[in-house]
Design a protein around this ligand. Sequence first.
Ligand SMILES: NC(=O)c1ccc[n+]([C@@H]2O[C@H](COP(=O)([O-])OP(=O)(O)OC[C@H]3O[C@@H](n4cnc5c(N)ncnc54)[C@H](O)[C@@H]3O)[C@@H](O)[C@H]2O)c1
Length: 332
Amino acid sequence: MSAPNLHLLVIGLGSAGKRHARNLRALGCTVSGFDPRADRQEEAAAEGPLESTFSDLNEALAATVYDGFVIASPPSFHVDQIIAAGATGRWILCEKPLSINAASCRRLEAAGAKVLLGYTYRWWPPVAEFRRRLQSGEIGAVRHIRFVMSAHLADWHPWERYQDFFMANKEQGGGALLDESHFLDLLLWISGKPQSVMASVDKISDLDISADDNVDVIASFSNGMKANLHLDLIGRPHQRHIIAVGETGTLMWSYEENAVKLSRTGELNWADQVFTCERNEMFIGAAIELLDLIRGIRNAPSCSLEDGIAALEVVDACRQSSASGQSIRVLP
Ligand SMILES: NC(=O)c1ccc[n+]([C@@H]2O[C@H](COP(=O)([O-])OP(=O)(O)OC[C@H]3O[C@@H](n4cnc5c(N)ncnc54)[C@H](O)[C@@H]3O)[C@@H](O)[C@H]2O)c1
């Protein structure tokens, strides 16, 4: 697929921004970039041609008319940058999470920006297949779902000190709960909104960070289903999986095994559906959807501003529950 003549501005040229720039170039786009750090601009330019690079967003926005935008800055900047880029009327792919809390997203209501939100596991074929199989009723009524994401923060960006990465910084939107709200989004995408959550959000490891590093959530649904999420920035080896327990079997998605697995017996007797996809494919999937939205091939984003706010409402409820020791209602 190619997208001749489309020119996109990537806002934030760190790990995710450089990846988006590479992918957009591979899809035939012209790419410009903005990052306040000169070294990040140089790294991005060294990977492949950039039409222009900027250290100032206003200057970047005034320089030309872009066909669309990617926002890949730390989460605390996303709302302001959506409003600034959204004023052009063009589509924006904004990396997750939408912001640092739901209240900060209220300003977006009046902005009318067109946003595709980058909860990229939605474009990950094994996760989409896991959801399809669950929703087809393959394991009967689902009674319980467990989400686990455990990955030591020092392993995430081996090229820099983890203390210097926004993930270490609470104010910029770091931490297990916000950053791995991927898994809250998947909970909502798979099962809808829970009625209430009970959560513990803590900093418990030796990591030298101001953000949380361990999250445990029990979510209760109106149909009686329970979900349990564990997120941490401490674990080695890394683990990302979802296990759904139904009346007639258990279905599991494992990132590490790149498989969806079914078992219906009391033994560890799994029937595996193994995938060959690589991590970048989820970002390519999001980029293709952005280009389809820009070109009018598609009208509505599959992951929207409303989805981003819904995930942040659950984030807020988890924080409130952790602070009060109470179960917090999510549904009115
Ligand atoms: N979808 C995914 O799976 C996925 C994966 C990685 C990161 N992300 C998201 O992408 C975003 C960036 O994460 P990252 O890992 O690339 O972080 P990073 O630290 O590697 O990159 C962030 C970049 O933003 C720049 N920056 C700082 N302030 C800025 C500002 N005001 N405007 C623009 N840029 C600014 C920094 O200089 C840095 O280069 C986060 O929201 C993160 O959650 C998503």
